[in-house]
Design a binder for this molecule. Structure first.
Ligand code: GLU
Length: 311
Protein backbone atom coordinates (compact mmCIF):
# COMPACT_ATOMS: atom_id res chain seq x y z
CA UNK A 1 0.00 0.00 0.00
CA UNK A 2 1.34 3.36 -1.08
CA UNK A 3 1.48 5.52 2.09
CA UNK A 4 0.48 8.68 0.18
CA UNK A 5 -2.61 6.93 -1.15
CA UNK A 6 -3.55 5.80 2.36
CA UNK A 7 -3.02 9.35 3.72
CA UNK A 8 -5.24 10.73 0.99
CA UNK A 9 -8.08 8.28 1.63
CA UNK A 10 -7.98 8.88 5.39
CA UNK A 11 -8.02 12.67 4.80
CA UNK A 12 -10.91 12.35 2.32
CA UNK A 13 -13.03 10.26 4.66
CA UNK A 14 -12.28 12.51 7.65
CA UNK A 15 -13.35 15.52 5.57
CA UNK A 16 -16.55 13.79 4.45
CA UNK A 17 -17.46 12.81 8.00
CA UNK A 18 -16.95 16.37 9.25
CA UNK A 19 -19.70 17.50 6.84
CA UNK A 20 -22.33 14.98 7.87
CA UNK A 21 -25.28 16.08 9.91
CA UNK A 22 -26.50 12.57 10.81
CA UNK A 23 -24.26 11.90 13.79
CA UNK A 24 -26.27 9.47 15.96
CA UNK A 25 -26.98 9.92 19.67
CA UNK A 26 -24.25 10.29 22.28
CA UNK A 27 -24.67 7.69 25.07
CA UNK A 28 -26.27 9.23 28.13
CA UNK A 29 -26.76 6.27 30.48
CA UNK A 30 -23.26 6.94 31.80
CA UNK A 31 -23.79 10.60 32.77
CA UNK A 32 -20.15 11.59 32.30
CA UNK A 33 -20.26 10.48 28.63
CA UNK A 34 -23.35 12.54 27.83
CA UNK A 35 -21.36 15.77 27.62
CA UNK A 36 -19.00 14.62 24.84
CA UNK A 37 -19.16 16.81 21.71
CA UNK A 38 -20.95 14.87 18.90
CA UNK A 39 -18.95 16.81 16.29
CA UNK A 40 -15.76 14.99 17.24
CA UNK A 41 -14.36 12.58 14.67
CA UNK A 42 -11.02 10.82 14.52
CA UNK A 43 -9.56 8.16 12.24
CA UNK A 44 -6.17 6.43 12.32
CA UNK A 45 -4.92 3.63 10.07
CA UNK A 46 -1.52 2.04 10.75
CA UNK A 47 -0.28 -0.18 7.94
CA UNK A 48 2.05 -3.19 8.14
CA UNK A 49 5.14 -0.97 7.76
CA UNK A 50 4.10 1.19 10.68
CA UNK A 51 3.00 4.12 8.53
CA UNK A 52 0.37 6.13 10.43
CA UNK A 53 -2.39 7.82 8.42
CA UNK A 54 -4.32 10.13 10.75
CA UNK A 55 -7.36 12.34 10.24
CA UNK A 56 -9.58 14.62 12.34
CA UNK A 57 -9.31 14.35 16.13
CA UNK A 58 -6.77 11.53 15.90
CA UNK A 59 -5.00 12.55 19.11
CA UNK A 60 -7.95 13.41 21.35
CA UNK A 61 -8.45 10.79 24.08
CA UNK A 62 -11.93 9.31 24.46
CA UNK A 63 -13.48 6.67 26.71
CA UNK A 64 -12.69 3.32 25.09
CA UNK A 65 -15.45 1.56 27.08
CA UNK A 66 -16.16 -1.87 25.60
CA UNK A 67 -13.14 -1.83 23.30
CA UNK A 68 -11.21 -2.65 26.49
CA UNK A 69 -12.94 -6.06 26.40
CA UNK A 70 -10.68 -7.18 23.53
CA UNK A 71 -7.65 -6.54 25.70
CA UNK A 72 -9.04 -8.04 28.90
CA UNK A 73 -9.94 -11.17 26.91
CA UNK A 74 -6.36 -11.29 25.59
CA UNK A 75 -5.01 -11.01 29.14
CA UNK A 76 -7.43 -13.61 30.53
CA UNK A 77 -6.52 -16.09 27.78
CA UNK A 78 -2.87 -15.53 28.65
CA UNK A 79 -3.55 -16.17 32.32
CA UNK A 80 -6.08 -19.00 32.14
CA UNK A 81 -5.92 -20.37 28.57
CA UNK A 82 -8.95 -22.35 27.45
CA UNK A 83 -10.36 -22.36 31.00
CA UNK A 84 -11.85 -18.98 30.01
CA UNK A 85 -14.38 -20.90 27.91
CA UNK A 86 -15.81 -22.64 30.98
CA UNK A 87 -17.12 -19.24 32.09
CA UNK A 88 -18.17 -17.67 28.86
CA UNK A 89 -19.35 -18.81 25.40
CA UNK A 90 -18.30 -17.88 21.90
CA UNK A 91 -21.60 -17.27 20.14
CA UNK A 92 -23.12 -13.98 19.00
CA UNK A 93 -25.76 -12.89 21.46
CA UNK A 94 -28.43 -11.46 19.18
CA UNK A 95 -29.40 -9.36 22.21
CA UNK A 96 -28.63 -5.95 23.67
CA UNK A 97 -25.19 -5.49 25.21
CA UNK A 98 -26.61 -5.52 28.73
CA UNK A 99 -29.41 -8.08 28.37
CA UNK A 100 -30.29 -10.07 31.48
CA UNK A 101 -32.94 -12.35 29.93
CA UNK A 102 -30.43 -14.45 28.04
CA UNK A 103 -28.33 -14.93 31.14
CA UNK A 104 -31.28 -16.46 32.94
CA UNK A 105 -32.02 -18.89 30.12
CA UNK A 106 -28.38 -19.94 29.94
CA UNK A 107 -27.87 -20.39 33.67
CA UNK A 108 -25.45 -17.56 34.25
CA UNK A 109 -22.99 -18.38 31.43
CA UNK A 110 -22.73 -15.32 29.18
CA UNK A 111 -22.91 -15.87 25.42
CA UNK A 112 -19.57 -14.28 24.61
CA UNK A 113 -16.76 -12.21 26.18
CA UNK A 114 -17.83 -8.96 24.49
CA UNK A 115 -21.31 -8.47 25.93
CA UNK A 116 -21.26 -6.86 29.37
CA UNK A 117 -21.95 -10.07 31.32
CA UNK A 118 -19.19 -11.92 29.44
CA UNK A 119 -16.70 -9.13 29.97
CA UNK A 120 -17.51 -9.00 33.69
CA UNK A 121 -16.85 -12.77 33.90
CA UNK A 122 -13.52 -12.29 32.09
CA UNK A 123 -12.57 -9.42 34.45
CA UNK A 124 -13.32 -11.71 37.39
CA UNK A 125 -10.79 -14.24 36.03
CA UNK A 126 -8.09 -11.57 35.72
CA UNK A 127 -8.86 -10.38 39.25
CA UNK A 128 -8.52 -13.80 40.91
CA UNK A 129 -5.40 -13.97 43.07
CA UNK A 130 -4.97 -10.18 43.02
CA UNK A 131 -6.24 -7.09 44.75
CA UNK A 132 -8.51 -4.97 42.52
CA UNK A 133 -5.87 -2.25 42.15
CA UNK A 134 -3.24 -4.81 41.13
CA UNK A 135 -5.55 -6.29 38.47
CA UNK A 136 -6.39 -2.83 37.19
CA UNK A 137 -2.69 -1.88 37.14
CA UNK A 138 -1.99 -5.00 35.07
CA UNK A 139 -4.69 -4.10 32.54
CA UNK A 140 -3.54 -0.48 32.26
CA UNK A 141 0.13 -1.42 31.91
CA UNK A 142 -0.84 -3.93 29.18
CA UNK A 143 -2.57 -1.15 27.24
CA UNK A 144 0.41 1.17 27.71
CA UNK A 145 2.81 -1.56 26.58
CA UNK A 146 0.76 -2.40 23.47
CA UNK A 147 0.37 1.23 22.50
CA UNK A 148 4.00 2.01 23.37
CA UNK A 149 2.72 4.96 25.37
CA UNK A 150 2.94 5.24 29.15
CA UNK A 151 0.78 8.38 29.23
CA UNK A 152 -2.47 6.37 28.88
CA UNK A 153 -4.62 6.75 32.01
CA UNK A 154 -8.01 5.87 33.43
CA UNK A 155 -10.57 8.68 33.40
CA UNK A 156 -11.60 8.55 37.06
CA UNK A 157 -14.64 10.78 36.51
CA UNK A 158 -16.05 8.33 33.94
CA UNK A 159 -15.32 5.35 36.20
CA UNK A 160 -17.02 7.04 39.16
CA UNK A 161 -19.98 8.06 37.00
CA UNK A 162 -20.54 4.47 35.89
CA UNK A 163 -19.97 3.10 39.37
CA UNK A 164 -22.76 5.39 40.64
CA UNK A 165 -25.23 4.46 37.91
CA UNK A 166 -24.26 0.95 36.78
CA UNK A 167 -27.24 -0.82 38.32
CA UNK A 168 -27.81 -3.04 35.30
CA UNK A 169 -24.22 -4.27 35.32
CA UNK A 170 -24.50 -4.85 39.07
CA UNK A 171 -27.61 -6.94 38.39
CA UNK A 172 -25.76 -8.99 35.75
CA UNK A 173 -22.81 -9.54 38.09
CA UNK A 174 -24.98 -10.54 41.06
CA UNK A 175 -26.93 -12.87 38.85
CA UNK A 176 -23.77 -14.60 37.63
CA UNK A 177 -22.48 -14.77 41.20
CA UNK A 178 -25.65 -16.65 42.17
CA UNK A 179 -24.71 -19.32 39.61
CA UNK A 180 -21.12 -19.48 40.90
CA UNK A 181 -19.70 -17.97 37.70
CA UNK A 182 -17.81 -15.20 39.58
CA UNK A 183 -15.16 -16.07 42.18
CA UNK A 184 -14.52 -12.64 43.67
CA UNK A 185 -16.74 -10.24 45.62
CA UNK A 186 -19.12 -8.64 43.14
CA UNK A 187 -18.11 -5.10 44.11
CA UNK A 188 -14.43 -5.86 43.45
CA UNK A 189 -15.09 -7.36 40.03
CA UNK A 190 -17.40 -4.51 39.05
CA UNK A 191 -14.90 -1.93 40.30
CA UNK A 192 -12.19 -3.34 38.02
CA UNK A 193 -14.66 -3.65 35.12
CA UNK A 194 -15.89 -0.04 35.38
CA UNK A 195 -12.34 1.24 35.60
CA UNK A 196 -11.00 -0.66 32.59
CA UNK A 197 -13.98 0.57 30.56
CA UNK A 198 -12.99 4.10 31.62
CA UNK A 199 -9.49 3.94 30.11
CA UNK A 200 -9.08 6.98 27.86
CA UNK A 201 -7.17 6.62 24.59
CA UNK A 202 -6.86 8.44 21.30
CA UNK A 203 -7.39 6.78 17.92
CA UNK A 204 -3.62 6.82 17.42
CA UNK A 205 -2.98 5.00 20.72
CA UNK A 206 -5.77 2.52 20.09
CA UNK A 207 -4.68 1.68 16.54
CA UNK A 208 -1.16 1.14 17.91
CA UNK A 209 -2.47 -1.17 20.63
CA UNK A 210 -4.40 -3.26 18.07
CA UNK A 211 -1.48 -3.92 15.75
CA UNK A 212 -0.73 -7.39 17.12
CA UNK A 213 -4.19 -8.50 16.04
CA UNK A 214 -3.56 -7.43 12.45
CA UNK A 215 -0.21 -9.21 12.23
CA UNK A 216 -0.56 -12.74 13.56
CA UNK A 217 -0.13 -11.84 17.21
CA UNK A 218 3.04 -9.82 16.72
CA UNK A 219 3.73 -6.10 16.61
CA UNK A 220 5.74 -5.87 13.37
CA UNK A 221 7.56 -2.69 14.42
CA UNK A 222 8.74 -3.74 17.87
CA UNK A 223 8.95 -7.48 17.12
CA UNK A 224 7.04 -8.21 20.34
CA UNK A 225 5.06 -11.43 20.18
CA UNK A 226 1.94 -10.60 22.17
CA UNK A 227 -0.04 -13.79 21.50
CA UNK A 228 0.30 -16.82 19.23
CA UNK A 229 -0.90 -16.70 15.63
CA UNK A 230 -3.77 -19.00 16.49
CA UNK A 231 -4.88 -16.85 19.41
CA UNK A 232 -4.82 -13.65 17.35
CA UNK A 233 -6.90 -15.36 14.67
CA UNK A 234 -9.42 -16.53 17.24
CA UNK A 235 -9.75 -13.13 18.91
CA UNK A 236 -10.35 -11.62 15.46
CA UNK A 237 -13.04 -14.25 14.79
CA UNK A 238 -14.82 -13.26 18.00
CA UNK A 239 -14.56 -9.58 17.11
CA UNK A 240 -16.14 -10.30 13.74
CA UNK A 241 -19.03 -12.35 15.10
CA UNK A 242 -19.62 -10.62 18.46
CA UNK A 243 -17.83 -7.25 18.41
CA UNK A 244 -20.85 -5.06 17.70
CA UNK A 245 -23.52 -6.59 19.93
CA UNK A 246 -26.74 -7.00 18.01
CA UNK A 247 -25.26 -5.01 15.13
CA UNK A 248 -22.44 -7.52 14.47
CA UNK A 249 -24.10 -8.96 11.35
CA UNK A 250 -24.67 -5.51 9.91
CA UNK A 251 -21.06 -4.48 10.61
CA UNK A 252 -19.72 -7.62 8.89
CA UNK A 253 -22.07 -7.03 5.97
CA UNK A 254 -21.12 -3.39 5.49
CA UNK A 255 -17.49 -3.19 6.67
CA UNK A 256 -16.26 -6.77 6.42
CA UNK A 257 -13.58 -6.57 9.12
CA UNK A 258 -13.26 -7.85 12.69
CA UNK A 259 -14.09 -4.89 14.93
CA UNK A 260 -15.01 -3.97 18.48
CA UNK A 261 -17.09 -0.97 19.39
CA UNK A 262 -17.60 0.91 22.64
CA UNK A 263 -20.36 3.24 23.82
CA UNK A 264 -17.83 6.06 23.89
CA UNK A 265 -18.17 5.96 20.09
CA UNK A 266 -14.86 4.28 19.33
CA UNK A 267 -14.27 1.26 17.11
CA UNK A 268 -11.08 -0.79 16.78
CA UNK A 269 -11.02 -2.68 13.48
CA UNK A 270 -8.47 -5.12 12.11
CA UNK A 271 -7.57 -5.69 8.46
CA UNK A 272 -5.57 -8.92 8.80
CA UNK A 273 -2.07 -8.63 7.34
CA UNK A 274 -2.77 -5.05 6.30
CA UNK A 275 -3.61 -2.61 9.06
CA UNK A 276 -4.91 -1.74 12.49
CA UNK A 277 -7.62 0.92 12.40
CA UNK A 278 -9.25 3.08 15.07
CA UNK A 279 -12.14 5.43 14.50
CA UNK A 280 -14.05 7.67 16.92
CA UNK A 281 -17.33 9.48 16.55
CA UNK A 282 -19.35 9.73 19.79
CA UNK A 283 -22.89 9.50 18.32
CA UNK A 284 -24.31 5.97 18.39
CA UNK A 285 -26.86 4.06 16.31
CA UNK A 286 -29.79 2.10 17.73
CA UNK A 287 -27.61 -0.95 18.48
CA UNK A 288 -25.21 1.20 20.56
CA UNK A 289 -22.40 1.32 17.98
CA UNK A 290 -20.74 4.44 16.56
CA UNK A 291 -22.92 5.69 13.70
CA UNK A 292 -20.30 7.58 11.70
CA UNK A 293 -17.58 5.19 12.84
CA UNK A 294 -19.30 2.42 10.93
CA UNK A 295 -19.95 4.63 7.91
CA UNK A 296 -16.31 5.76 7.83
CA UNK A 297 -15.04 2.19 8.07
CA UNK A 298 -17.41 1.09 5.33
CA UNK A 299 -16.03 3.84 3.08
CA UNK A 300 -12.46 2.89 3.97
CA UNK A 301 -12.78 -0.83 3.26
CA UNK A 302 -14.69 -0.15 0.05
CA UNK A 303 -12.08 2.28 -1.29
CA UNK A 304 -9.15 0.07 -0.31
CA UNK A 305 -10.76 -3.30 -1.12
CA UNK A 306 -9.96 -4.43 2.43
CA UNK A 307 -13.06 -6.43 3.36
CA UNK A 308 -11.99 -9.93 4.37
CA UNK A 309 -14.84 -11.22 2.20
CA UNK A 310 -13.42 -9.90 -1.06
CA UNK A 311 -12.87 -6.64 -2.91
N1 GLU B 1 -18.98 0.37 30.48
C1 GLU B 1 -20.06 0.16 29.57
C2 GLU B 1 -21.14 -0.65 30.25
O1 GLU B 1 -20.82 -1.56 30.92
C3 GLU B 1 -19.56 -0.54 28.34
C4 GLU B 1 -20.61 -0.73 27.30
C5 GLU B 1 -20.11 -0.48 25.90
O2 GLU B 1 -19.11 0.17 25.67
O3 GLU B 1 -20.77 -0.94 24.96
O4 GLU B 1 -22.29 -0.41 30.14
Amino acid sequence: MNPDHLDQIVAEISGEMAQRVDRGEVASYIPELAGVDPQRFGLVVIDANGHVAAGGDADVPFSIQSISKVFTLTLALGKSGDRVWRRVGREPSGSAFNSIVQLERERGIPRNPFINAGAIAVTDLILSGHLPREALGEILRFMQFLAGDSSIVIDEAVAASEQRTGFRNAALANYMKSFGVLDNPVEYTLGVYFHHCAIAMSCRQLAMAGRFLAHNGRNPSTGHNVVSTQRARRINALMLTCGHYDGSGEFAYRVGLPGKSGVGGGVLAVAPGKASIAVWSPGLDAAGNSHLGRIALEALTKRLGWSIFGV
